[in-house]
Every structure is written in structure tokens, then in C-alpha cells.
Ligand binder design. Structure first.
Ligand SMILES: Nc1ncnc2c1ncn2[C@@H]1O[C@H](COP(=O)(O)OP(=O)(O)OP(=O)(O)O)[C@@H](O)[C@H]1O
Length: 440
């Protein structure tokens, strides 16, 4: 069940520290239902970054060699190791899991350690709880000192693949105050503190500009919503209405046959530059439901979903791609007795915990390969259905607080993450086609 966990009731600290004997390739399930498509940049029919070459030349030369070379020059921002990790990620059909531990705050004492060598270096974490040692391994661990930039480098290849026509979904999960918002958004104004969302968007715009010389033209559309107390709220709307406000016909979620999600009445903005997206992010951040709790001065009380739809066409080859980038900052899980929530905070906390528990039910159901997966039990799970049960490239960040009193919650988060990591959601599928003459 907890495939990446060495049992909690370990006999001795020495045994607890013994490295896992599981060979690295078993850490994720390789889905072998059909041969995996070659990693980005290796696809002969590639509308990807590499495939964006002059069509006549491309048709005559070895696509593999040219693709790789061109990608090398285009994606200079993505170091080779991270690209390789991304390609591996793509070959597996699982939801990948990275975890990040936030630094200790003043007056906190830590209960987290990491393997210093061996096969679990960079992937393992040890927690001590009530005198027992717990050991987990996942795809990647970011220790307290890891910078925002280093975290982004590890996911930049995944982000890039949205331009190739993939659906990409990255979400942050974890206890309240563990660093989800810092990881996803951070402070977009300060270079060192910029989170994954602003960095991803910068990269997408830079790369799309670089591809103009190879015949590619991209159109981008952004939307941003939050799910607060089980109601959807449009963060780009100037005048907020939710279903609870009486806008009953508003914001219903639908998925089309290609697994694309549509939320009725949601404002979708054409964005032409990174500056335009930045001001949208600023607007949305001001609208987000934030409150003070005992656990976090500025706690996000909602799940926040940023979506960038990417439409690309190559004027030379008539190839079209349609990618989606979903970046999601979930509300934090919290124990009611620890958070001290009352009144509105209590209601919010209950709604957050209920939707996270629905997420957990969905994950359990997918992991057990059950016929019926209860996606419709909450707005969050229904919205995430294509990311959790479809053909998208999905990555979950588990954010952890290193603080002693948080270890119980951290262990729950890590157990949940192990389930998520074991979910096989299928090989990611690229949305691409050749433009017909009729389309112009
Ligand atoms: N990697 C980090 N480096 C520096 N500070 C961090 C880091 N991660 C989190 N913090 C700080 O810790 C505090 C809590 O982080 P954050 O608000 O991101 O948590 P959260 O998980 O989003 O919480 P909630 O679920 O309540 O919204 C913030 O003050 C944030 O700036």
C-alpha cells in the first residue's frame, strides 16, 4: 500500500536509516499499455520546440538528430539534467511527486533529516514522531535551503511541454503554513522570491518568442479562479459573484471529448506579453480569499487555479498544437484543534478539509483502479478530473513544515503523496493536428 514508505514501526533508528533496497526504476510505475512516445524533441512528427523547423529541410533529414540539436539551442534555460528528468517523467504514466520543506521560522525546532549519501540522496526524507522514525522516498526532495530558482529548474522542462501541445498540471498540496503559496506564487516582484507561476509564464513567453523565427505563432489565453467554500469565484472578474451569491447558472464545469475543461462564464483573457500576465496575477492575488489563522498569518482559504491555454500554429508546416498549463495552489489541510478556527474560519476549514478528503477519495479510487472514481463529489476533484484521470502530465508538490509539532500532519501528507505517486493516469497525449485549408 504505502509503497514508498519504510514502515513506521521501525525497530531501531539504525534500521530506519538503512537505505531502501528498492531499485530506482521501481519508484514509479511504468505504464506499458502502449509504447511510450519519444520524449520531447525526439518526435519525428514533432510540432514541439524541436519540430518547429523549416518543414522542407526537416522532411529530408534525420528528425531525431535535428530535433535534439534545435532543442538544445532553444531551451538553454533548461539544463540537461532537468531535461533528462523531465523526459523520464514523461515515459512513466504516473503522477509525479516532488516535496519541498520550508525553512524553520524563528522559535521553531526541526524534526526532519535527509540521507547524506546513497541512492536516496536528494529523494529521501526522515521524520521523527513520538520517538519513532519514518522514512519516505519520492521523485525529488527540495531541502529547506533550496532556492525558488532551483525548484523551477527542475520543472522547467515540464512547463515547456505545454508549448508542445501537452496538458500540464502542477499542484501544491500540504498542511497550512507549509509553503504552498510561496512555492507557487512567491513574491513575483522580487527575483529571488518569485514562485513557479511567474517563472513558468516568463519561460513560456520567452520560448514562444524564440520560436517565431521557426515559423511558430502562439496565442495565449489566461484565466484564474478560486474554489472557496465549494463555490467557484472568478479572480479576474472586477465584480465577484459566486454560486452562493445567487449566480446559480454561473461557473459550471464541463469537460469536452478531448479532455479540455470549460468553466461557463469564466473570464478568459488573451495575453500577448509577460507584462500583461503579471498584471493579471497581481489583480487575482488581491482578490484571493486570504485570512489569518493560528497557523499562518496570511492563509489562503481557497484552492486557486491558474490556467494558460496555448494555441500554436506553424505557418510553414501548417501544424497546430494546443497545450494547457494548469498551476494550482491548494488550500492547506489543517486540524481544527490546532488551527483554533471559529466562525467563518471554521466553516472555511471544514469546506477545505471536505474537498481535500474528496481529493483523497479520488486518489485512492484511481490507485485501486476502481471502475467508478468519485470525481463529481467536489468542485475541486471535478475540475481536476483531466489532470488526475486523463492524459495530462501531472506533478504534485508536497509542501512540508519541518517543525516538530507538524510531524504528525507531515506524515499524513507524505502517506497521501505515496498514494498519489502510485496512481497510473496513462501516457500523456499531445494535442496536435495539421491545419486544414478550410481553417486558413
Ligand atoms: N521556501 C521558503 N523560503 C522562505 N520562506 C518560506 C518558504 N516557504 C514558506 N515560507 C514562508 O512561510 C510562511 C507560510 O508560507 P505559505 O503562506 O506559502 O504557506 P501555505 O502552505 O500556502 O499556507 P496556507 O495553506 O495557510 O495558505 C510564509 O511567511 C512564507 O513566506
Amino acid at each position: 500500500m504505502e509503497c514508498q514508505i519504510q514502515q513506521p514501526s521501525l525497530p531501531s533508528p539504525a534500521a530506519a536509516r538503512a537505505p531502501s533496497r528498492r531499485p530506482p526504476q521501481q519508484l514509479g510505475h511504468v505504464v506499458a499499455t502502449r509504447p511510450p512516445s519519444p520524449p520531447d524533441g525526439l518526435s519525428p512528427e514533432g510540432p514541439d520546440l524541436a519540430g518547429a523547423t523549416t518543414p522542407t529541410v526537416k522532411a529530408r533529414r534525420c528528425p531525431h538528430r535535428s530535433s535534439l540539436r534545435e532543442r538544445e539551442s532553444l531551451a538553454t534555460a533548461v539544463p540537461a539534467a532537468a531535461r533528462l528528468a523531465g523526459q523520464l517523467l514523461e515515459l512513466k504514466g504516473n503522477i509525479r511527486v516532488f516535496y519541498r520543506v520550508r525553512p524553520l521560522l524563528p522559535n521553531e525546532s526541526g524534526a526532519v533529516a535527509y540521507p547524506k549519501s546513497g541512492e536516496n540522496l536528494g529523494r529521501g526524507i526522515e521524520l521523527t514522531h513520538n520517538g519513532q522514525m519514518y522514512f519516505f522516498t519520492f521523485d525529488k526532495v527540495f531541502e529547506q535551503s533550496t532556492s525558488q530558482e532551483d525548484v523551477f529548474i527542475e520543472i522547467s522542462h515540464l512547463v515547456q511541454s505545454a508549448l508542445d501541445g501537452y496538458k500540464v498540471c502542477i499542484f501544491a498540496y500540504g498542511q497550512t503554513g507549509s509553503g504552498k503559496t510561496y512555492t507557487m506564487m512567491g513574491n513575483p516582484e522580487l527575483h529571488d522570491q518569485k514562485g513557479l507561476i511567474p517563472r513558468s509564464l516568463e519561460q513560456i513567453f520567452q520560448t514562444s518568442q524564440a520560436l517565431i523565427s521557426q515559423g511558430w505563432k502562439y496565442k495565449m489565453q489566461a484565466s484564474m479562479l478560486e474554489i472557496y467554500n465549494e463555490a467557484i469565484c472568478d479572480l479576474l472578474a472586477t465584480n465577484h459573484t459566486t454560486i452562493q451569491d445567487g449566480g446559480a447558472s454561473k461557473y459550471s464545469i464541463k469537460h469536452d471529448a478531448n479532455g479540455n475543461t470549460h468553466v461557463s462564464d469564466l473570464i478568459i483573457v488573451d495575453v500577448l506579453s509577460i507584462n500583461e500576465v503579471s498584471s493579471l496575477l497581481k489583480r487575482a492575488a488581491q482578490s484571493r480569499s486570504v485570512g489569518r489563522t493560528q497557523m499562518n498569518e496570511e492563509s489562503s482559504r481557497s484552492h486557486c487555479v491558474f490556467t494558460l491555454r496555448i494555441f500554436g500554429v506553424n505557418e510553414g508546416t501548417d501544424q497546430q498544437v494546443q497545450g494547457v498549463l494548469n498551476l494550482i495552489d491548494l488550500a492547506g489541510s489543517e486540524r481544527l484543534n490546532k488551527s483554533g478556527a471559529t466562525g467563518d474560519r471554521l466553516k472555511e476549514t471544514q469546506a477545505i478539509n471536505k474537498s481535500l478528503s474528496c481529493l483523497s477519495d479520488v486518489i485512492f479510487s484511481i490507485a485501486k483502479k476502481e471502475e467508478h472514481v468519485p470525481f463529481r463529489n467536489s468542485k475541486l476533484t471535478y475540475l481536476l478530473q483531466p489532470c488526475l484521470g486523463g492524459d495530462s502530465k501531472t506533478l504534485m508538490f508536497v509542501n512540508l513544515s519541518p517543525e516538530v509539532s507538524s510531524t504528525g500532519e507531515s506524515i499524513c501528507s507524505l502517506r497521501f503523496a505515496a498514494r498519489v505517486n502510485s496512481c497510473e493516469i496513462g501516457i500523456p497525449r499531445r494535442q496536435t493536428q495539421v491545419r486544414s485549408l478550410a481553417q486558413g
